[in-house]
Design a protein around this ligand. Structure first.
Ligand SMILES: Cc1cc2nc3c(=O)[nH]c(=O)nc-3n(C[C@H](O)[C@H](O)[C@H](O)COP(=O)(O)OP(=O)(O)OC[C@H]3O[C@@H](n4cnc5c(N)ncnc54)[C@H](O)[C@@H]3O)c2cc1C
Length: 467
């Protein structure tokens, strides 16, 4: 803002009066709570946080930003590890109060406001025996996850989250409002499906839903192996996954077994190679499909049970509450090569105790049948989206977990497909953003020029407007 502090205060007072929601500025009660995001390593001090009550509030904020030259940050679920939902001296358009959902069982759709978490959406749809593909944890925001692509338990069977997006309501950089879909603002709709928050503020999403399991009951849970078995388990898993029916998906990772039930106390704190499975087909066919995953090797725990899909989706939420220190690094992988397995073993042995982990999420089946240029999400041949996650409750360990993740990534990167899932990037610079979009980057830059030529929405993995 290029005005005096008094003029700025007066402008923010006018904005506060124009909004239905609260405008929280530094020094006001609730400021510190409102600027906090999921990753406690992020400590940004925005000029103001607008807790929007409706689309009109969002429009007022976008217009205010333009008029006063104030940077705009947009916060959905606040889960972004790089902390891109808040920013120093920015006006934060906080959507977290916009959390309603509307399910149409007849049309197999759900409409979700942009402040919803996936827990909100699953709660709404699983009551009707349906779900739309999302992620692997319930507390993540619908908005950020969807705009980056969305990789989850249902991706093998039904595609990425963006492959099930039917429409999005968007406030554009000039404050106008449009609905983007295949039939309307088709270029914008293409870019929203993976291009992140670059093109406007999405205020609601409409998704296609699918029947899952039996009335929403699926079979899921972890199978844990001794860490020493990692090479054998990874080699078996990379061969098995492509031939499994798409009703069954499973991500593989390295973990420290949490010191809590349902894990047997004797295993608490032990390192493990884990696969978390999710079977969403008919329950009477489950035994046959799950047989190979139950019988391979010498598992420490076979924790597969029938449960509502919501229970699997939220299983990790208590282990990873908001307020921990997070630092992660990521890449896509076409294969889990022998060289990569060697790196996983080496750095898995050095994995800091507690919450830190490494996950490889499949991008195959239905997700890989979508052509690379059909949406902005470019890695349709990825095989897996990998992420090395340093997590710790204690700020004193922030350096330790960050170093571990960086060193691990340095050694693993040569085995990767080149770029990373945009939602797993930290603030890693323009080359890494370009690598995330590969051949789709130039088209994204062109759509950016059309919808946001002044780069109003730049607090994100930024796509620069084409010249
Ligand atoms: C614990 C954890 C688990 C995760 N698991 C998965 C997973 O299983 N699958 C997966 O695909 N990803 C996963 N992610 C990554 C996740 O998709 C990203 O962190 C995503 O950015 C989170 O979205 P959000 O709305 O919560 O984030 P925010 O921090 O609120 O926003 C993230 C980015 O999106 C922009 N944005 C947010 N809302 C809007 C909006 N309405 N309009 C325009 N731009 C907006 C923001 O400006 C920011 O740039 C996980 C992240 C964490 C921390």
């Amino acid at each position: 803002m290029t005005t005096t502090p008094t003029q700025a205060a007066a402008a923010y007072a006018d904005l506060a009066a124009a909004l239905r929601g609260d405008l929280i500025t530094p020094g006001q009660p609730g400021y510190d709570a409102a600027r906090a995001v999921y990753n406690a390593m992020i400590d940004k001090r925005p000029a103001a946080i607008a807790r929007c009550h409706d689309v009109a509030d969002v429009i007022a904020c976008v217009r205010f930003g333009r008029e006063h030259g104030v940077e705009l940050a947009v916060r959905g679920g606040g889960h972004n590890a790089g902390g891109l939902g808040v920013w120093d001296d920015a006006l934060v358009i906080d959507l977290s109060l916009l959390r309603s959902t509307t399910v149409s069982p007849a049309n197999h759709t759900v409409r979700a406001d942009a402040g919803c978490t996936w827990g909100d959406v699953d709660h709404a749809t699983v009551a009707f025996g349906m779900a739309t593909p999302s992620g692997f944890i319930a507390s993540t925001g619908v908005a950020g996850l969807t705009l980056g692509g969305g990789i989850g338990y249902l991706s093998r069977r039904f595609g990425l989250t963006v492959d099930n997006l039917l429409a999005a309501d968007v406030v554009l950089a000039d404050g106008t409002f449009v609905t983007a879909s295949e039939g309307s603002h088709n270029d914008l709709f293409w870019a929203l499906r993976g291009g992140g928050g670059n093109f406007g503020v999405v205020t609601s999403f409409t998704f296609r839903c699918h029947d899952i399991g039996e009335n929403g009951t699926i079979i899921g849970g972890p199978v844990l192996y001794d860490f020493a078995d990692t090479p054998e388990v990874m080699r078996w898993y990379r061969e098995l996954l492509p031939v499994l029916p798409e009703e069954l998906s499973g991500w593989i990772g390295l973990i420290t077994i949490p010191p809590a039930p349902p894990f047997p106390e004797v295993l608490w704190g032990r390192k493990s190679c884990a696969i978390v499975w999710c079977y969403t087909g008919p329950l009477d066919g489950a035994d046959q499909v799950l047989e190979p995953v139950k019988t391979f090797g010498s598992p420490l725990v076979v924790g597969l049970h029938a449960m509502p899909f919501t229970a699997l989706q939220s299983a990790f939420d208590p282990l990873y509450p908001a307020g921990l220190q997070w630092y992660w690094r990521a890449d896509f992988f076409n294969e889990i090569s022998d060289a990569a397995i060697g790196v996983h073993v080496k750095h898995g042995e050095e994995m800091p105790a507690g919450h830190s982990t490494m996950h490889l999420y499949p991008i195959d089946g239905a997700a890989s049948r979508v052509p690379e240029d059909a949406t902005a999400f470019a890695y349709r041949d990825g095989g897996w989206a990998g992420v090395i996650v340093g997590v710790d409750p204690d700020p004193a360990n922030a350096g330790l977990i960050s170093r571990w993740a960086r060193d691990y990534w340095q050694d693993l990167h040569p085995t990767s497909a080149g770029g990373a899932y945009v939602n797993f990037l930290m603030n890693e610079g323009q080359d890494r953003v370009k690598a995330a979009y590969r051949g789709n980057y130039d088209r994204l830059a062109e759509v950016k020029r059309r919808y946001d030529r002044d780069n109003v929405f730049h607090i994100n993995q930024n796509i620069q407007p084409a010249r």
